[in-house]
Ligand binder design. Structure first.
Ligand SMILES: [Zn+2]
Ligand SMILES: [Zn+2]
Length: 366
């Protein structure tokens, strides 16, 4: 394939374009170049190009991969199928209910993987299993976000055959059925017309070459499993749940990677309860402090904060510490921390205290 153009350039947006800008720019271009509307010969090629750019840039995970590693990063991680199917929801956003017909023009109906009439490799290949990774994080980590570094399996060239798939000392031979072309051409005539069909060669599976004696270690596929380091960011404000990272699952020889499913459990905190971005904390105060008022230091996720308990505060009064909650997962800003006053009644009184309380009661009953 020729050199790919930069996705941002394809869409005509800047590197720091917002999701909305990318979406509206794609909408514009998609309407202009959709093959159903635009009959110029280049339209479908262009439609394909802008759609791929949009599929990547509309998906935060894939956009990050592209920003960090460019086309090589994207190609190494995602098959074309991953790119489009994984972004289905983004296209649905643009095309709404008409999406299915768009999707068909991208992929074709049924087994073949086509995009506006162009074949892409990938679809129909075997897919590795999804891998599940469990992790538990604290509320403090939810506040800051966390980088996780893990080891995942990957496929590398078999060390016995150096990736050739051939038993050491042997080599591949050219397929005699297709003469090394990998394709078989058949010509059929009907009336005045001649039909030429080109199909992948069955004998060599389109490779053009055949392994005579497969390597015993990798059984001829040229690959073996090894481990790799993989890191990903758990964003601030995350909630317990399952998160899918496409293409980072099990790798299989000559197939598509499965997905990595990260199961995040936010651990219970000994001081705070959580509801979305908001935190709840119970502060114990004595009935005397509730009656007389008091300055109180209460813990927050980042330290302590002083609150003023007004004289005459009632049990379960809520005091809000604005912006002291967790980051919001889906929008800007932070939630709040709510401090509930739990008024404690003394249960053990010495003689003197008892006398004082009796005097206090008498003074109220006068
Ligand atoms: Zn091998
Ligand atoms: Zn062949």
């Amino acid at each position: 394939m020729s050199t790919k153009r930069d996705y941002y350039e394809v869409l005509g947006v800047s590197k720091n374009a917002t999701a909305d800008e990318i979406k509206s720019q794609y909408r514009k271009l998609a309407l202009k170049f959709h093959p159903d509307r635009n009959k110029s010969p280049d339209a479908s090629e262009y439609f394909k190009e802008v759609s791929e750019a949009y599929a990547i840039l509309s998906d935060p995970e894939k956009r990050k991969v592209y920003d960090n590693y460019g086309h090589a990063g994207v190609d190494g991680r995602y098959s074309t199928e991953d790119i489009f199917r994984g972004s289905k929801v983004n296209f649905e956003d643009i095309f709404g209910t008409g999406f299915d017909s768009i999707f068909e023009s991208l992929f074709g109906r049924g087994g073949g993987f086509r995009f506006g009439g162009f074949d892409f490799g990938g679809y129909g290949r075997e897919r590795g299993a999804d891998l599940v990774y469990d992790t538990a994080i604290s509320l403090e980590e939810v506040l800051k976000g966390k980088k996780e570094e893990i080891e995942l399996p990957r496929m590398v060239d078999c060390d016995a055959c150096k990736g050739s798939g051939c038993s050491p000392g042997t080599s591949m031979r050219t397929c005699t059925v297709c003469n090394g072309q990998g394709q078989v051409r058949t010509t059929r005539s009907s009336g005045f017309s001649t039909f030429v069909t080109v199909q992948p060669c069955n004998t060599c599976k389109g490779q053009g070459r055949i392994i005579e004696r497969p390597c015993s270690k990798c059984k001829g596929n040229g690959k073996q499993k090894s481990m790799r380091n993989f890191s990903f960011d758990i964003p601030p404000g995350v909630e317990s749940g399952e998160y899918r990272i496409q293409g980072e699952g099990e790798a299989i020889p000559n197939g598509i990677n499965g997905d990595l499913i990260v199961r995040i459990k936010v651990k219970p905190h000994d001081k705070f309860k959580r509801d979305g971005p908001d935190l709840f904390y119970d502060a114990d105060i004595s009935m005397m402090d509730a009656a007389l008022g008091k300055s109180l230091m209460v813990p927050t996720l980042e330290g302590t904060e002083k609150i003023d308990v007004e004289a005459g505060s009632q049990p379960n009064t809520i005091i809000k510490l604005k912006g002291k909650g967790l980051p919001r997962a889906t929008s800007k800003g932070r939630g709040d921390q709510y401090v509930r006053l739990v008024v404690k009644i003394p249960t053990k009184l010495d003689k003197h205290q008892k006398k004082l309380l009796e005097e206090l009661r008498d003074s109220f009953n006068k």
